[in-house]
Ligand binder design. Structure first.
Ligand SMILES: Nc1ncnc2c1ncn2[C@@H]1O[C@H](COP(=O)(O)OP(=O)(O)OP(=O)(O)O)[C@@H](O)[C@H]1O
Length: 639
């Protein structure tokens, strides 16, 4: 989205933004897409009680870009009032008079008086951040991320980086820029999907912060919370060393996972271990947001600020790419609620106090070119660093005793065995949730990767109370009335229409670790069995694991465990069903019993309802199409 050159508002300019009267106080800066001002608002923000706010003014060239911005606003609204997320206040959109076909969008949000974290870091080039400062920043930003991951289904930020953290007047670090937010993205299953996912990642993520599963989509892994965790690892490294760990090595280094620690500044081994434990190739072995926060808190010698409620994701709660783009394009809450495979994100009870009214949900892509990290920070230390032992990294994650090695005195007083088995169980649950997501999402087809025409008649978005196409300018910029209420025109984004911005990191030629079709069925069965055994063993050998928590909490954990077991059982059944001869499978289907999900078979409601036609005689059956090259073990680029 190219930002047209427009003049800035003068101090004292009066605007109306949503239900707020706004007076420009100061022009602050221009971002890649926006002019940013501080402003006086009336009425004051009910959350902060402040009458000073930040006004973002964006000119967007067309409706798809408008929808992208709308999605960003929706994410902010979902996270409103979380202490470590820049808080949304109000917004407004209208057709711009100056630029034909373009729109002008105003977003009012909490004013972060102390500016960006990047600016703060630049004031400390000589005197680098102390470990306690790093832990404080890391803790607060992780809490912001936790609020996103705690939603059901979770939201993935996808662009966590130093530049996207602001500092409030009272020195709190707040996550901002929700323009890249999305739901969990399952692995692509055909070249079209693959190309789409690749472009989406290029547009919405920053190269140096990309996780291995983003860089090498052929690994067949979902893009989920663990991709944000990886970015948090890069973020932590950069807080420490003012550079990113894969700055020099680029994508090959990300995929090999090889990085080194500069000799200066000298941080504790615990902190370096934490970075190692986050930056592991296998997403399952990375800590989840709670485990990460817990470790940070242990190092800070404070109680963990959030509750540990890990609810494994039901496979049907995942948003696929089509849904993301349909939602992004339509903002149609009605269709969202009626969609069979989408759940509206709802706050996790652990975060309820900091969550807003569950207003709307939309998901999102953003036309944004992010080629590299444009920080002004530089680190030029020599590199006599010790090389990283990956097996050691993994053991820190898997071994709860090592994981708990930095426990405070208070924490140490807890029953160690219980804590370690609890941690282990959490790891198993988390890992299996990820595995489930992987396996199940692989079986959930993208019904149609091309976003559909939309019917945006029923948007309840404050930002777009009525179709902005029908809005007319009345007074000052930002103040419009609506003529009528007609349905908005359809928005259709082509999969390939967006230009793919260049990247400082070139496409990888690294050998593929894991391709979708190479996943042996036995692996899946073994995983299921191992997991089931783990759960059983835990139940038998650690019956008192949760003694030290309240009854309701125990119930909850039991219920999670039960749900996992149920899912394991049902997945095993599904797998067995998949192995059944076709005739048997259709017999099962016709009896109404659940059948295994097969690639290419939709799980959506409408498809489920269709009767099964009798099998065609062999001679009438069409020949199967040739296997796409990438499924035959070749990357698209090798075509
Ligand atoms: N709430 C805020 N309070 C104070 N300053 C802000 C706030 N939001 C943004 N800024 C300032 O404006 C700059 C640009 O904002 P922002 O990154 O949101 O714009 P953008 O156009 O989306 O930029 P990009 O997408 O290129 O990062 C920030 O770096 C920050 O310095």
């Amino acid at each position: 989205m190219n930002q047209p050159q427009i003049g800035t508002y003068n101090v004292g300019t009066q605007l109306t933004v949503g239900s707020h009267q706004v007076e420009i106080v100061k022009y602050l800066t221009s971002g890649g897409f926006a002019q940013v001002y501080s402003a006086l608002i009336s009425p004051p923000d009910p959350h902060s009680h402040s009458n000073i706010a930040c006004l973002k003014r964006v000119i967007v060239p067309d409706k798809p870009s408008l929808n992208t911005l709308r999605a960003e606003v929706d994410a902010m609204r979902l996270l409103r009032n979380n202490r470590y997320v820049v808080s949304y206040i109000d917004s407004h959109a209208a057709k711009a008079m100056l630029h034909n076909g373009s729109y002008e969008v105003f977003v009012l949000m909490e004013y972060c008086e102390r500016g960006g974290l990047i600016d703060f870091m630049n004031t400390r080039l000589q005197n680098r951040l102390h470990e306690f400062e790093i832990l404080q920043i890391m803790s607060q930003v992780t809490q912001g991320v936790a609020a996103m991951h705690a939603l059901q289904p979770p939201l993935i930020h996808r662009d966590i980086k130093i530049e996207n953290v602001l500092i409030s007047a009272n020195n709190e670090y707040k996550l901002c820029d929700f323009g890249s937010v999305c739901g969990v993205i399952r692995p692509p299953r055909n070249p079209q999907e693959l190309s789409y996912v690749q472009q989406d990642i290029f547009k919405n993520t920053t190269a140096q912060y990309r996780s291995p599963e983003m860089v090498d989509i052929f690994r067949g892994l979902p893009i989920d919370e663990k991709s944000d965790i990886w970015a948090l690892g890069i973020f932590l490294y950069k807080l420490c060393y003012y550079t990113t760990p894969f700055e020099k090595g680029g994508e090959p280094a990300i995929l090999s996972g090889h990085f080194e620690f500069p000799p200066y500044p000298d941080y504790s081994e615990q902190l370096r271990d934490l970075i190692r434990d986050i930056l592991v190739q296998n997403p399952c072995q990375r800590p989840n947001v709670y485990q990460l926060l817990k470790r940070i808190s242990i190092m800070q010698n404070v109680p963990c600020p959030i509750s540990d409620i890990q609810v494994p994701q039901a496979p049907d709660s995942h948003l696929n790419l089509t849904e993301l783009h349909q939602l992004s394009a339509t903002q149609n809450i009605r269709s969202l609620n009626s969609h069979s495979t989408i759940e509206r994100p709802i706050p996790n009870p652990a975060f309820q106090s900091s969550m807003p009214d569950a207003a709307t949900q939309t998901l999102f892509s953003r036309k944004k070119s992010q080629t590299s990290d444009n920080t002004t920070l530089n680190y030029s230390a020599e590199n006599p660093q010790t090389s990283l032992d990956k097996s050691e990294s993994v053991s820190h994650v898997l071994d709860p005793l090592l994981f708990e090695s930095g426990m405070s005195n208070t924490s140490k007083s807890l029953n160690r065995a219980k804590v370690s088995s609890t941690t282990k169980l959490k790891q198993v649950i988390d890992s299996e949730a990820h595995n489930f997501r992987h396996n199940y999402t692989m079986n959930l087809p993208l019904r149609n990767i091309i976003p559909q025409d939309d019917d945006s008649s029923s948007s309840s978005d404050e930002l777009y109370p009525e179709d902005v196409d029908k809005l007319e300018k009345t007074q000052s910029l930002g103040s419009y009335i609506s003529r009528d209420n007609k349905k908005g025109e359809s928005v259709k984004e082509s999969l390939t229409s967006s230009s793919l911005p260049g990247s400082s990191l070139t496409a990888t030629s690294t050998k593929l670790d894991l391709k979708l079709e190479t996943l042996p069925n036995s692996t899946f069965v073994n995983t299921v069995d191992n997991c089931k055994n783990s759960f059983r063993n835990f139940s038998k050998s650690n019956p008192l694991t949760y003694d030290d928590v309240s009854v309701s909490r125990q119930d909850l954990k039991n219920s999670i465990r039960q749900r996992m077991l149920d899912k394991l059982n049902s997945s095993e059944e599904s797998f067995n069903a998949r192995k059944m001869p076709k005739a048997k499978a259709s017999e099962k289907e016709s009896t109404g019993k659940p059948i295994a999900l097969k690639p290419g078979i939709s799980t959506s409601k409408d498809k489920k309802a269709k009767p099964i036609p009798p099998p065609k005689p062999l001679h009438l059956r069409p020949k199967p199409p040739p296997k796409p090259l990438f499924l035959a073990g070749q990357k698209l680029s090798e075509k």
